[in-house]
Write a protein that binds this ligand. Structure first.
Ligand SMILES: CC(C)(COP(=O)(O)OP(=O)(O)OC[C@H]1O[C@@H](n2cnc3c(N)ncnc32)[C@H](O)[C@@H]1OP(=O)(O)O)[C@@H](O)C(=O)NCCC(=O)NCCS
Length: 233
């Protein structure tokens, strides 16, 4: 909690790319976004790249783009929907939905709600810019272990599994559930990830304030309220 108050959230600028690349390597290993990808994303959609810094070090990074409705699309991969992580061709300026490209937190700064804080920035953008909803392709990092112990389970069954407290069994889905995103469907061969058996899960949150007046006011109010909640949890 002490750290939470000292985290600075800001739009990523070109001068931050070095720090973001270091973070990406630590969070994702060789799958982390490189300089070229991050620069392309910032160029395609500057507001869609947000960082969290602590004592001048980049400790978190979220990026997103706008897309047209994708619910009815057949299966797609992370690479298809994000233009291989560049967003150059996939970002649709007038798209009605937000799509999450990436969320990374420094391993030494996890479980401090920084990931949730960055997600809130995406949801704030959704309300202010009057988008119809937000999509993300979630990992399911607990699937591989579960499947080894329960070989008969299918992925569509697995993504519905909940604990006794009503939260999803998988920690990836739990993170998005905490911000109101619900699973829609599993996407095979979404991203190379052994723990998720290469599956991604499309999760979605509807913007209940779509077409409401005073959207900036509403977005700031909700995000500030949520930040107070996160600070004490
Ligand atoms: C997932 C990730 C962004 C979470 O960041 P964070 O700042 O620790 O998140 P918060 O503190 O806001 O929330 C913690 C929640 O994240 C989820 N989580 C924890 N580790 C996770 C992991 N390795 N992968 C996915 N979700 C994870 C859990 O739901 C956890 O809550 P819990 O107490 O119910 O288990 C961070 O672990 C990370 O960068 N992982 C590697 C990259 C990644 O998987 N990104 C998400 C792509 S879909």
């Amino acid at each position: 909690m002490a750290l939470f108050g000292k985290i600075i959230i800001s739009k990523a600028r070109l001068k931050n790319i070095g720090g973001i690349v270091i973070l990406e390597k630590k969070a994702w290993g060789q799958e982390g976004a490189d300089r070229k990808k991050i620069a392309a994303r910032i160029q395609a959609f500057p507001e869609g790249n947000i960082i969290a810094t602590y004592k001048k070090e980049v400790v978190g990074y979220v990026s997103f783009e706008y897309v047209d409705e994708i619910k009815k699309n057949n299966s797609f991969s992370w690479s298809n929907i994000t233009d291989n992580g560049m967003a150059t061709k996939s970002h649709k300026k007038n798209g009605d939905f937000i799509y999450g490209i990436n969320l990374s937190i420094l391993p030494s700064k996890r479980f401090l709600n920084i990931g949730s804080l960055l997600m809130l920035e995406g949801l704030k953008n959704m309300i202010i810019n009057n988008k119809k909803g937000a999509y993300i392709g979630s990992r399911i990092p607990d699937y591989n272990e579960y499947k080894k112990k329960n070989p008969k389970i299918r992925v569509d069954q697995y993504i519905k599994l909940k604990r006794k407290d009503g939260k999803f069994y998988d920690r990836g889905l739990r993170l998005y559930q905490s911000q109101g995103l619900q699973p829609i469907k599993a996407l095979a061969n979404y991203f190379p990830d052994l723990d998720s058996r290469n599956y991604g899960v499309l999760v979605f949150k509807k913007n209940i304030f779509y077409n409401w007046p005073f959207r900036t006011l509403i977005a700031n109010f909700i995000v500030n309220l949520e930040k107070i909640y996160l600070k004490f949890h």
